[in-house]
Design a protein around this ligand. Structure first.
Ligand SMILES: *Cc1c(COP(=O)(O)O)cnc(C)c1O
Length: 233
């Protein structure tokens, strides 16, 4: 199946249940993104700042760019002018920098807090108590150029669907509690970004509002390209 065919299949499935599709185009050439764009896709997710900025320059300006990977403080300035949503905010320090750069461009940048739900050592993210501490802190309350619109999580990379389901359930339950405690009067705290090509169906069952699909749309990423872009970061 072509990129357009894959995309339309996901779009049909997801629009019926009002779940947003982020097409994860990391390592993919501009031509592949153009193909998805022509098929109607407007939201693309990248995990490296430099790669995203280069693609932003080359592609139509009505694309919404989501940064889905870990963000280093010193790279915020490169995406602040144009990024639509930052999925993986995992510290107050990073949030303060995003706020500072957003202010320079007179923008309010939407962010998700990445919550650690996986049973793995390598994944970034905040623990439940860290999310609460961050939202309670005085310095957070002073930030006027960022807006927290929800939470994001990555499940353990396992073949065990029960475990994945339990982790997504945990994130959804935590989201509800956080919404009640901190965003009760704020209608913009609505997103739960969870689910990738292999586990998006489980994520949707557990209340995902936004899935991040890469290989399911563009095909398997070439190992060589992945390695190259990692060393460039
Ligand atoms: C690469 C990536 C995805 C997409 O993964 P696929 O398995 O190709 O769908 C989703 N989320 C994050 C954070 C990623 O880095």
């Amino acid at each position: 199946m072509s990129i357009a065919d894959n995309l339309l299949k996901y779009k049909k499935e997801l629009s019926a249940i009002d779940v947003e599709l982020v097409a994860v185009s990391k390592t993919q050439p501009v031509e592949s993104i153009e193909e998805a764009y022509t098929a109607g896709q407007r939201i693309f997710g990248e995990n490296l700042v430099q790669e995203m900025a280069e693609k932003y320059e080359k592609l139509p300006k009505d694309i919404e760019w989501h940064l889905i990977g870990h963000l280093q403080t010193n790279k915020v300035k490169y995406l602040a002018p144009f990024v639509t949503l930052i999925h993986a905010v995992d510290s107050l320090k990073l949030l303060i920098e995003i706020n500072k750069q957003a202010a320079k461009y007179n923008r309010i940048i939407d962010c998700l807090l990445q919550v650690y739900i996986a049973d793995e050592e390598t994944k970034f993210g905040l623990g439940f108590d860290e999310v609460i501490d961050l939202l309670r802190s005085e310095s957070f309350k002073e930030l006027k150029n960022i807006r927290i619109t929800g939470l994001m999580g990555i499940a353990t990379n396992t073949k065990n669907p029960k475990q994945i389901k339990a982790e997504f359930y945990e994130l959804r339950t935590f989201f509800k509690g956080i919404k009640e405690s901190f965003f009760n009067t704020d209608g913009s705290f609505t997103e739960i970004s969870m689910g990738m090509s292999d586990d998006y169906k489980i994520a949707i069952e557990e209340g995902s509002t936004m899935v991040r699909i890469g290989s399911g749309i563009f095909g398997k990423r070439a190992a060589k390209q992945v390695k190259k872009s990692q060393t460039e970061d």
